[in-house]
Write a protein that binds this ligand. Structure first.
Ligand SMILES: Nc1ncnc2c1ncn2[C@@H]1O[C@H](COP(=O)(O)OP(=O)(O)OP(=O)(O)O)[C@@H](O)[C@H]1O
Length: 321
């Protein structure tokens, strides 16, 4: 994949995502639901990160805030330097038009059915008005080419496959050279092979254009396509899987994935659910401070038959063993 010179302005313009102690409370008929309960998330400029979580964990709430559609009840959130809590209505419109691009799950929400692929990609340019005429046409063709859907240029969405529609949707999202791409379940309506293809396309766009990409999904297989996967549970980030390529002494390359628990500012740590269940941890745990790690032990004083397990040892670098 080669970046066309017309999209080159996105290169080096990547913005970061910073959420600190983010809270969103919904009140309906006197009942309060805390959808986000002090969520911390930091994505560096140019990173490709996935946020995964079960249904109801707060993914859509987070994305609505990051996309400027909703405002948090408390905490701090900034994307590409824009403060999402304090920005004016006018700044919000500019933010949604220029600073970020979105890809939604429903292909019908991304593309207008009565426009061709080229017309769909052209539409955001018309609204932003900073590219016109031949420059705009060249930019549209460059993006369709970059996304591998130049052959769909004059087709309407119903004349394209689901994967082609999502590739055109990515071109639409990139039209105004955003610093950050936000994708909400971008593969939700696609089969396994097409999903992998669309995720690899997002990875190429991230690499080629340097744009920051955040993918929100319930699909855990996304972690094979991104460098970092952040898990959210009950409205806060709990664990992260970091993937990197390693070369051994013989020069063989392999992917290594390591799981980390997220430590917040005041040192709170959420143990993964499977650790809690496997070690039958309840109510309180015993902590031990070792030279190079901290130990987390089941509270034997609450057990009938005391037993001690060292499988939940936690090193101070956040790595579990
Ligand atoms: N507008 C709202 N009013 C009241 N409660 C809401 C509202 N939006 C979300 N919630 C609640 O907040 C919690 C988080 O919802 P959210 O939609 O963010 O989860 P999700 O992880 O995106 O789930 P899914 O994968 O099913 O879309 C849920 O308990 C949900 O019922």
């Amino acid at each position: 994949m080669t970046a066309p010179h017309t999209t080159g302005s996105a290169r080096g313009r990547a913005g970061g995502i910073h959420c600190e102690e983010l809270v969103r409370i919904f009140s309906t008929e006197g009942i309060e639901v805390q959808a986000l309960q002090g969520l911390n998330l930091h994505v560096e400029p140019g990173e490709l990160v996935a946020v995964v979580g079960a249904s109801g964990s707060g993914k859509s709430t987070l994305l609505s805030i990051l996309s400027g559609l909703d405002t948090p009840s408390a905490g701090r959130a900034s994307v590409a330097g824009a403060d999402l809590l304090t920005m004016s209505r006018r700044r919000r419109v500019a933010y949604r038009r220029h600073d970020i691009g979105f890809i939604w799950q429903q292909t019908s929400r991304n593309l207008l059915g009565y426009l061709t692929a080229a017309e769909n990609v052209h539409l955001p340019l018309t609204l932003a008005r900073h590219r016109r005429g031949a420059a705009a046409r060249e930019h549209v063709d460059g993006l369709l080419d970059l996304l591998g859907v130049a052959h769909c240029r004059d087709r309407r969405p119903q004349e394209m496959s689901g994967g082609e529609q999502q590739r055109v949707a990515i071109a639409v999202a990139l039209a105004n050279d955003p610093q950050v791409l936000l994708a909400d379940e971008p593969t939700g309506e696609l089969d396994e092979a097409t999903s992998a293809d669309v995720l690899e396309t997002l990875r190429s766009v991230n690499r080629e254009l340097g744009v920051t990409v955040l993918i929100v999904t319930h699909d855990p297989t996304v972690s094979e396509h991104v460098s970092r996967t952040v898990q959210i549970r009950d409205g806060r980030t709990s664990t992260e899987v970091v993937r990197r390529r390693e070369t051994d002494a013989e020069g063989r390359e392999s992917d290594v994935a390591e799981e980390y628990a997220v430590l917040d500012r005041v040192g709170r740590l959420q143990l993964p659910e499977d650790y809690v269940q496997a070690l039958d941890l309840r109510e309180r745990v015993r902590l031990t401070m070792e030279a190079d790690h901290a130990g987390v032990w089941a509270d034997e004083t609450q057990r009938a038959g005391p037993h001690r397990s060292d499988a939940a040892g936690t090193r101070p670098d956040g790595e579990n063993r």
